[in-house]
Design a protein around this ligand. Structure first.
Ligand SMILES: [Mg+2]
Length: 272
């Protein structure tokens, strides 16, 4: 479903563990641990302990509420609907990241299934209030996620535990044959006036962000500038996403050392 991320601060810490950093060893040090797994500790700290993360989520859902009220003033020919992602949009999976990264491990599919089967994810701040409000205004909610069929039951249990509206089979659109959400978005739009897309990944909004380079994704973001906070509601996710896949050029079999090399090649720096 997803691949991982890396905060730069952690990268700097890791590369200097056990030795004083000099101009020479900065360029030659090979990390002894998985820099990405280590980095996810800090991103999980941000997700779990930063009031700023919480505020960003509230900010997103506050904008969503204002935009929804505006959209609902215009009558569409079809009933209104919202498409929302699940992971890091309405459910918080940071305990999985902590669990893996404290073992020095990265994302791995079977361990992910084990986590989601627990149905223990908490809510992303603001998500429940917004979606309940939308439902109260007569808007149907579709949960479009790249969780798989085998995760269906536990996902519904997890959503229902908090009382998320429309948490049922009809409104849960799982991955199926492709991770692209374009076909699922189109199928909703056939019958509904899709007011907005909510997600932590720009792929949740548009197919124009899928499998694109970082530069192409930036360019598309500039094109879509006026949609953010209106039709596109974006939640913060510093841990993983298509942005990271783009940095790796969609090579999902890179070693930690190869990832380290990529970071050194692509990140903006200044001379030592
Ligand atoms: Mg997500």
């Amino acid at each position: 479903m997803r691949k991982v991320a890396i905060p730069f601060v952690i990268l700097a810490v890791i590369t200097t563990i056990g030795c004083r950093t000099t101009r020479e060893n900065i360029t030659t040090t090979t990390p002894q641990v998985d820099v990405v797994a280590a980095g996810k500790v800090l991103t999980a700290v941000f997700q779990q302990k930063a009031a700023e993360y919480r505020a960003l989520c509230y900010q997103a859902y506050n904008f969503a509420t204002v935009s929804l009220d505006q959209f609902l003033q215009e009558r569409g020919s079809k009933p209104p609907a919202i498409m929302t992602d699940v992971d890091e949009t309405v459910l918080d999976n940071s305990p999985y990241q902590v669990h893996r990264s404290l073992m020095g491990l990265d994302f791995e599919q079977e361990s992910w299934f084990e986590w989601t089967s627990r149905a223990e994810a908490d809510t992303v701040p603001g998500a429940l209030g917004f979606l309940k409000y939308a439902a109260s205004r007569g808007v149907e909610i579709f949960y479009v996620t790249n969780r798989e069929e085998r995760e269906r039951e536990a996902t519904l249990v997890n959503l229902k535990k908090f009382g998320f509206p429309y948490a049922d089979n009809e409104h849960l659109k799982l991955k199926g044959a492709t991770s692209s959400k374009v076909a699922r978005r189109d199928s909703i739009e056939m019958h509904f006036n899709l007011l907005m897309c909510v997600g932590d990944n720009l792929n949740d909004m548009s197919g124009e962000y899928e499998k694109k380079t970082t530069a192409q994704r930036f360019a598309q973001t500039n094109k879509d500038l006026s949609a953010f906070g209106r039709r596109y509601i974006v939640l913060p996710n510093p841990s993983y996403g298509e942005w990271e896949n783009a940095v790796y050029q969609y090579n999902f079999s890179l070693t930690p050392a190869q990832k380290d090399s990529i970071f050194r090649a692509v990140l903006q720096n200044y001379p030592y």
